[in-house]
Ligand binder design. Structure first.
Ligand code: ADP
Ligand code: MG
Length: 246
């Protein structure tokens, strides 16, 4: 296998502008199948913009994303601004099934293979007993799992999560991270996880992407830990607070 084949997606000199303002500029990275990447950066540094650009939700002003030879499905759990309405009228299995319907042609219906897949992903995420519950009545952590199930039900090769643990209690947060590690290990799903949790992500992800409008660092936590350039950028305290390697 040559290095070309090993990439699942590559960002090549990617820039995005909103009006005249450049939100991100000149980002080049190569992501490999099975990578688990923690994406960190200050507020407004362009993390959400970067993943939206990868998804095709915002246009690039420069550069391109190059995907591997096979068509790649991407699951997306967007940044949430508020909790679901408690009266939101859908059951857990209905919400998960939406992740399958979007791919179907008309008439859009759930068949028995779909039902088995919904059960499979619900049980992997530990929400199988909640299937008939109204999604609005669930706790924040349970709702996040339901939304993750919806994003995963059609077996995407890449899953992008934008600050999925913000609204969660610390112990539920650890639980959620464990789920992601299990998903990554068992199904080799490539994970891109945007997080504020710079002091914790090194315990879970294997690679680290730090952006502040441009690329500051991309590589393993070991490389981050050993980088003199990063010591200069962050100072030794912050560098080793992030790396979690010693
Ligand atoms: P992050 O996710 O790292 O907090 P964002 O990608 O959301 O950063 O935003 C990067 C910058 O682009 C910020 O200055 C933000 O205000 C700006 N921005 C984001 N979305 C839009 C938009 N739709 N229109 C104009 N400016 C935007
Ligand atoms: Mg954001």
């Amino acid at each position: 296998m040559n290095s070309e084949e090993e990439k699942i997606v590559e960002a090549v000199n990617v820039s995005v502008k909103y009006g005249q303002t450049e939100a991100i500029s000149g980002i080049t990275i190569a992501i490999k199948p099975g990578d688990y990447i923690g994406i960190v950066g200050p507020n407004g540094s362009g993390k959400t913009t970067f993943v939206k650009a990868m998804l095709g939700l915002v246009p690039l002003s420069e550069g391109k994303f190059v995907f591997g030879v096979k068509p790649v499905k991407i699951g997306y759990l967007p940044q949430r601004t508020s909790a679901l309405d408690p009266k939101f009228p859908a059951s857990v299995s209905e919400v998960i099934s939406h992740g399958l319907l979007s791919e179907k042609k008309f008439p859009r219906r759930i068949n028995s293979a779909d039902k088995r897949r919904i059960d499979e992903i619900a049980s992997m995420l530990g929400i199988e007993t909640l299937k008939n519950r109204n999604v609005g009545s669930l706790s924040g952590g349970q709702q996040q799992r339901v939304l993750l199930a919806r994003a995963l039900v059609n077996k995407p090769e890449i899953i992008i999560l934008d600050e999925p643990t913000n609204a969660l209690d610390p112990h539920i947060r650890e639980n959620f991270y464990e789920l992601l590690s299990k998903l990554n290990a068992e199904t080799q799903t490539t994970i891109l996880l945007i997080t504020h949790d710079a002091g914790n992500i090194g315990n879970h992800a294997r690679k680290f992407l730090y952006i502040d409008r441009k690329l500051i660092f991309f590589g393993s936590f070991n490389e981050f830990c050993a980088s003199c350039e990063m010591t200069e950028y962050f100072g030794p305290y912050a560098q080793h607070y992030i790396c979690k390697r010693h």
